[in-house]
Ligand binder design. Structure first.
Ligand SMILES: [Zn+2]
Ligand SMILES: [Zn+2]
Length: 90
């Protein structure tokens, strides 16, 4: 995530574009710079949290889940690998 500009509310250079929600938010005053649209099926706005901090929290949680998942996958592959080599030896 990259700083994309200047906040019109608090004047801080803390505006970031959050791609997941296709929206810019200020992390200094914790406000979205754009209102969500009214479309309940919009892939961006329908699940957008009320604040940029809320969005950041969700993104972090999702990233941690992905890390845990890939760690599990690696363990499973390792196990299968050992299993296969044992079988070949016999
Ligand atoms: Zn601001
Ligand atoms: Zn929308």
């Amino acid at each position: 995530m990259k700083c994309t500009g200047h906040c019109p509310y608090c004047e801080a250079d803390s505006v970031f574009l959050i791609n997941t929600y296709d929206a810019e938010g200020c992390f200094a005053c914790n406000q979205w710079l754009e209102d969500a649209c009214q479309d309940p099926t919009c892939p961006f706005c329908a699940h957008r949290p009320a604040t940029p901090f809320g969005a950041l929290f969700l993104l972090k949680e999702r990233a941690e889940l992905r890390i845990q998942q890939s760690r599990k996958d690696r363990l499973r592959l390792h196990y299968q690998h050992q299993h296969n080599t044992n079988r070949i030896k016999k």
